[in-house]
Design a binder for this molecule. Structure first.
Ligand code: GRF
Length: 208
């Protein structure tokens, strides 16, 4: 069993896709051992509760110093002793000590085809606003390993999604989720749990 911690900040539809994937057998040998949110009001916490998954909140707002938050966050992760950490719409900068300790064991889902529309400031609807402003005809989603940069780690899987006439950022966001995010994130988890993913020389490889 691949013991997995899922970190969330908001609605948690990607978390739901993982919960459903496990329940339906599309994701094999994965157990979500804890959900961590930085936001007490995140609906994702509700979803975790409904699925009977241990869920905790650790917010930078509860600490005077960033370093205190970093340590508290690290403790919450380590208590759960995960094999893998999934950032599923997690809007907080991950403590560098966590990235070092879990090298090649943290993945993130980003709602664009990296390296387009990624990096500092590109999160949530802003990504889709930027894609529409640029007039791209194709966008999508990326699952990548997390290193100390922003959206710079090895790319594991991508899926393209067409931009349609009349798209608003909200419509595009929804389509990217439905057609890409909720498919590739569960797939990546299944592959990692099956031992089919290798990272070397800054690149991720899937070995079928
Ligand atoms: C998704 O678009 C994800 O790619 C991005 O944040 C959003 C989270 O949505 N990183 P949800 O909380 O999983 O519904």
């Amino acid at each position: 069993m691949l013991k997995t911690v899922v970190c969330v900040s908001g609605g948690g539809t990607n978390l739901q896709a993982i919960i459903d994937g496990i329940a339906q057998g599309a994701i094999r040998n994965v157990q979500i051992v804890r959900v961590i949110s930085n936001n007490r009001k995140a609906y994702a916490l509700e979803r975790a509760g409904q699925a009977g998954i241990d869920a905790v909140c650790v917010s930078p707002k509860d600490y005077e110093e960033r370093e205190q938050f970093n340590e508290a966050f690290l403790r919450k992760v380590e208590e759960a002793d995960p094999d893998l950490i999934v950032l599923a719409g997690f809007l907080v900068v991950v403590p560098p000590q966590l990235i070092r300790r879990y090298e090649n064991r943290i993945i993130n889902i980003h709602p664009s085809l990296i390296p387009a529309f990624c990096g500092k400031g590109y999160y949530g609807l802003k990504v889709h606003e930027a894609a529409l402003a640029r007039g791209v005809k194709v966008t999508g989603a990326t699952v990548h390993f997390v290193d100390e940069g922003t959206d710079t780690g090895p790319i594991l899987m991508q899926k393209a999604v067409a931009v349609e006439d009349g798209d608003t950022p909200e419509r595009l966001q929804r389509r990217v989720m439905e057609e890409a995010e909720w498919t590739i994130l569960p797939k990546c988890l299944d592959l990692i749990a099956a031992g089919k993913v290798r990272v070397s020389g800054g690149q991720a490889y899937i070995e079928e």
